[in-house]
Design a protein. Structure first.
Lengths: 116, 111
């Protein structure tokens, strides 16, 4: 079956611009997660949704970052006034429910964001 | 201590070798632990969950020592296809779904 999909796969933007990154989770998965990964680092948690609501947004680095999941399926990560330090691979994952050792998070291929 | 700490490697081993990775973590409130595998320029994929009693899946064995806040992964009879980065992961205490990843340990299996 279809896995997690993310669009675009690559995004190049200029400093100060606004970007939106989209994630389509696996059908039927109620939990959706956003991470970002810089070169040589492990993924860093940003936010996760259980249904439509953000259950934990403690990883969002500042108020330039915002994410929504209005219908409990597709999610959009929005970054305002992008900075060069925002350059990273943004990973989305989904799972049937959130948490525990039995709820595997399935990751999408990521969006590689480059801020010039 | 960093939240999840791993030796970055690389570990260069011949086919058929046994290799062990270790990982330490800083927060005793974590309830769930995992090993993920990540191939170059690909997304992470779950290799196995880690249970207190230890668990085995084919050539892979994972152990958790809560008292020492230590996790290990043992790979027996290494294959070329095992070459990847292995990420040690804990679930943040009090926030199911918030996974905290180590930087990863790179394994290269040579013929």
């Amino acid at each position: 079956g279809a896995g997690v999909s993310q669009t675009p796969s690559n995004k190049v933007t200029e400093k100060g611009k606004y970007v939106e990154l989209r994630c389509d989770p696996i059908s039927g998965h109620t939990a959706l997660y956003w991470y970002r990964q810089s070169l040589g680092q492990g993924p860093e948690f940003l936010i996760y949704f259980q249904g439509t609501g953000a259950a934990d947004d403690s990883g969002l680095p500042n108020d330039r970052f915002f994410a929504v999941r209005p219908e409990g399926s597709v999610s959009t990560l929005k970054i305002q006034r992008t900075e060069r330090g925002d350059s990273a691979v943004y990973l989305c994952a989904s799972s049937l429910w959130a948490g525990g050792p039995y709820n595997e998070q399935f990751f999408g291929p990521g969006t590689r964001l480059t801020v010039l | 201590r960093k939240e999840v700490e791993q030796d970055p490697g690389p570990f260069n081993v011949p086919e058929g070798a046994t290799v062990a990775f270790n990982c330490t973590y800083s927060n005793s409130a974590s309830q769930s632990f995992f090993w993920y595998r990540q191939d170059c320029r690909k997304e992470p994929k779950l290799l196995m969950s880690v249970y207190s009693s230890g668990n085995e899946d084919g050539r892979f064995t994972a152990q958790l020592n809560r008292a020492s806040q230590y996790i290990s992964l043992l790979i027996r009879d290494s294959k070329l296809s095992d070459s990847a980065t292995y990420l040690c992961v804990r679930e943040k205490g009090g926030s199911q779904g918030n996974l905290i990843f180590g930087k990863g340990t790179k394994l290269s299996v040579k013929p």
